[in-house]
Design a protein around this ligand. Structure first.
Ligand SMILES: Cc1cc2nc3c(=O)[nH]c(=O)nc-3n(C[C@H](O)[C@H](O)[C@H](O)COP(=O)(O)OP(=O)(O)OC[C@H]3O[C@@H](n4cnc5c(N)ncnc54)[C@H](O)[C@@H]3O)c2cc1C
Length: 381
């Protein structure tokens, strides 16, 4: 179906994104894969192309755009190229930047946002801990008051951009025994004494990203490192996770549609028993099912993007989009691998890499089980 979500300005921005991908990312894909990280030049180039601060007000160096459809285009074009790019740039621009814009003081915004928009300051958000990520209200990393300072101790894991981030939004316990009400957010600079990075984690997919462990050992934070109010961190996370989740859904479906389109071309030209692979009835029906699921999913995700643009997207709608798009993407990519036969299992084929990259979409940004938990709660259970 013809998508009706975007207008000419969004499509013009899509061309800018595509040019950025082709000029600055594509030539470096193998390097990023080998080195497990996006090199700083790419961040700086993204900054120069004015891609990193779409939602950031112009006074802090951003584009000051409030139309989320531009973020969606940003996400789609990166996700088509590679899931790790959508994740790394998305966490920085689409996830961390809004925390600063919404919760930061004027000083905090002035200090961090211009550098973030230029790609000079790379950011991450650290919620998940070795002891658990789903049950965020029970996180153990803690910040203890010391005069007007805070002393931060704890460990985080699976942190996207963790290997290179200059600034990390860290969720920490400030109210012992207070559950969700005892969580606060801190802006933690990487160079401070007591900030240590662990391993760059060896993932199943998305080798281009520097997902890492972070450790905080008696790390002294000044009072102005607190982001938002004491004890309001969990609420802040819950309010902003829907944007992260719709972002994941946008990337999932864009990536799946792109790989499906590539697979269609493959099964048209690849032959067995004297006929194209796609023309066997079994495969024809499979392609029809995949196509239908992609179209239906795209329509729902687009409706969610439109709702979010109007600031009307609810947490359970974002949860639905996130888990459903992740399931459909994984199902479609698995079939696409199968339709490529042995080539589908070769890393030099994009379908193989996309299949490995996609698996995490059912786990991160709140696992699919947690998404269903949220939706179930909304239904009153
Ligand atoms: C590549 C990668 C990048 C990531 N990037 C970041 C990042 O930048 N920042 C960050 O903070 N985190 C990040 N994460 C962490 C991610 O969000 C967590 O892995 C996720 O939230 C799940 O937490 P967990 O791994 O601790 O699993 P657990 O919480 O231990 O859960 C294990 C399993 O139990 C299930 N489960 C838990 N509770 C329930 C329940 N109530 N009902 C049913 N099933 C349940 C889960 O769904 C899951 O299947 C990343 C993870 C990966 C793999």
């Amino acid at each position: 179906m013809q998508r009706t979500l975007f207008e000419p300005d969004h499509e013009a921005f899509r061309e800018t994104m595509r040019a950025f991908v082709d000029r600055s990312l594509r030539p470096k894909l193998e390097r990023h894969t080998r080195e497990h990280g996006i090199d700083r030049d790419c961040w700086l180039e993204a900054g120069r192309a004015e891609l990193l601060g779409l939602e950031v007000p112009a006074e802090y160096g951003g584009a000051g755009i409030t139309d989320y459809r531009f973020n969606a285009v940003f996400n789609e074009e990166l996700a088509k190229f590679g899931a790790a790019y959508a994740s790394c740039f998305g966490i920085h621009s689409d996830v961390v930047a809004p925390y600063l814009v919404d919760l930061g003081t004027d000083e905090q915004r002035k200090r961090w946002l211009p550098g973030m928009c230029r790609g000079e300051v790379v950011t991450a958000i650290a919620m998940t801990e070795p002891s658990g990520g789903s049950d965020l209200a029970n996180l153990r990393t803690h910040a203890t008051p010391d005069g007007s300072d805070w002393i931060l101790n704890g460990a985080k894991t699976f942190i996207t951009n963790g290997g290179s981030a200059d600034l990390v939004v860290v969720a920490a316990r400030t109210g012992p025994g207070e559950g969700a009400r005892g969580v606060s957010l801190f802006l933690v600079e990487s160079g401070l004494p007591g900030f240590e990075r662990g391993r760059i984690l060896d993932k199943v997919g998305q080798p281009e990203s520097d997902t890492a462990e972070l450790f905080f050992n008696d790390l002294r934070l000044p009072s102005d490192a607190l982001l938002g109010e004491v004890g309001r961190g969990f609420v802040a996370l819950m309010q902003r996770l829907p944007q992260e989740r719709i972002g994941v859904a946008i990337g999932n479906i864009a990536n799946a549609v792109d790989v499906f389109t590539e697979t269609l071309a493959y099964v048209r030209q690849r032959e067995a028993f004297g006929q194209p692979i796609g023309s066997f009835q079994y495969n024809k029906f499979l392609l029809a099912e995949m196509y239908t699921k992609l179209e239906v999913t795209q329509a729902f995700v687009d409706a969610c993007v439109a709702a979010h643009t109007r600031r009307e997207l609810t947490a359970d709608e974002a949860a639905m989009a996130k888990w459903w798009a992740a399931e459909v993407q994984n199902e479609v990519l698995d079939h696409c691998v199968q339709l490529h036969g042995g080539y589908g299992y070769m890393n030099e084929y994009r379908v193989a890499r996309a299949w490995k990259d996609a698996r995490v979409n059912k786990i991160w940004a709140g696992s699919n089980e947690i998404m269903k938990e949220l939706i179930g709660r909304e239904l009153g259970f």
